[in-house]
Design a protein around this ligand. Structure first.
Ligand code: GTQ
Length: 372
């Protein structure tokens, strides 16, 4: 048996291996009546040799979902629905409404002239803009216009509302929230704004203009635990990827990958969720690796496929797919002329902050997984 695919045996010293007897079964019943149990009956399950994700790899194709997302506009109003969103429901995580691991994701749609009222919650949110024009969001009084492939933050506890200008077009964006995580921590509060809306208190897009100048830090103070810049625009992000690609080989596992950072600290944009944008050069086939953390990819440009735990998943622009914790994965840009760009939302900041991050390269077969 190969090292990587080794089946971990349970009948080794130090692992629970107690056979049931009538006496033991009666004993377990007695313990259960007292809301207690014998560790050795659950030890191998609660202490696996390695992470066992309940999430399964999935690709959500935009071609399949888009018409259904637009149909919701005729079926419910944002006023009635609160948020008009079709969420991504991983077959292994339906009990917690997660797209992967402890991450929630959905596609939110708004028509011109519509508004979704202000609220706030302990969960943090991000938006990744997919299509349409005239959308804006207001987060703690900062109004931001939303353009294609822009990445926008709504950190925990901030008031936020969304709208589309009357002269805009129907807008769809991906929401990503740490709702399942915050619920797992049993720490989620939710509040509707008493006035239903909150005033715009700053010049439009002020945070990006103040903090979004590469290599230049303003003298402004910022001590909150999240980024002082709530919008990262596509234009400079893609330009940065191209410059990076001109000057460096990039990673064998990820091509040219840039993490979005809090410009005041260079740390992650929020304590619970982070994001990156990566460029796969034409024809690139990255090597396989695996790491802890849950990852939700969104193809921002181009097309290709990923091999996740030996299975091939094809994706093109606007498709979303997930890589569960500790799943082997490698990415392929099948085009020899166009680059492919992947946005990725993850809980990497949690993994790193809590000392739970671990990574392994696929050592066999020159670093590429055989298809199963
Ligand atoms: O826009 O505030 O998809 O609170 C789920 C929960 C979006 C939002 C979602 C939310 C929001």
């Amino acid at each position: 048996m190969s090292k990587i695919h080794e089946n971990h045996r349970e009948d080794v010293a130090g692992r629970a291996n107690v056979e049931d007897t009538p006496e033991l079964l009666a004993y377990y019943d007695d313990l259960a009546k007292l809301q207690a149990g014998a560790l050795w009956t659950v030890a191998n399950k609660i202490e696996p040799w390695q992470p066992k994700s309940q999430s399964v790899p999935v690709v959500w194709r935009y071609d399949d979902l888009r018409a259904h997302v637009l149909r919701s506009v005729e079926l419910v109003t944002p006023e009635k629905a609160g948020r008009r969103v079709i969420y991504l429901n991983n077959p292994g995580r339906q009990d917690v409404s997660a797209a992967v691991g402890w991450l929630y994701a959905g596609l939110q749609v708004m028509n011109p002239g519509e508004k979704a009222g202000a609220h706030r919650h302990s969960a943090s949110a991000v938006r990744f803009i997919m299509e349409g024009s005239g959308a804006y969001t207001v987060v703690d009084g900062h109004k931001m216009t939303l353009g294609r492939n822009d990445f926008v933050l709504t950190p925990n506890g901030t008031w936020h509302e969304h709208a589309v200008d009357p002269d805009g077009t129907p807008c769809i964006w991906q929401d990503g929230l740490d709702i399942p995580f915050v619920n797992a921590m049993e720490a989620n509060f939710y509040e509707v704004h008493p006035n239903g809306t909150e005033p715009v208190a700053f010049p439009v897009d002020d945070m990006t203009k103040t903090w979004g100048n590469p290599g230049l830090r303003p003298s402004a103070d910022w001590s909150k635990p999240y980024s002082p810049m709530f919008k990262y625009e596509w234009g400079p992000t893609y330009a940065a990827l191209l410059k990076y690609a001109e000057s460096s080989e990039g990673s064998v596992f990820d091509g040219h990958l840039l993490e979005y950072v809090n410009p005041a600290t260079n740390g992650p944009v929020m304590p619970t969720m982070g994001a990156s944008m990566q460029r796969l050069a034409p024809g690139l086939h990255t090597r396989a690796h695996r790491h802890t953390g849950s990852y939700l990819y969104h193809c921002a440009k181009g097309s290709g496929h990923s091999i996740i735990d030996g299975k091939r998943f094809d994706w093109s622009e606007r498709d979303i797919f997930c890589v569960p914790s500790w799943a082997w994965h490698e990415h392929v840009n099948g085009s020899d002329s166009e680059d492919a760009v992947l946005f990725c939302l993850s809980d990497l900041p949690v993994m790193r902050a809590l000392g739970l991050y671990r990574e392994q390269a696929y050592a066999e077969n020159d670093g590429y997984q055989p298809l199963v």
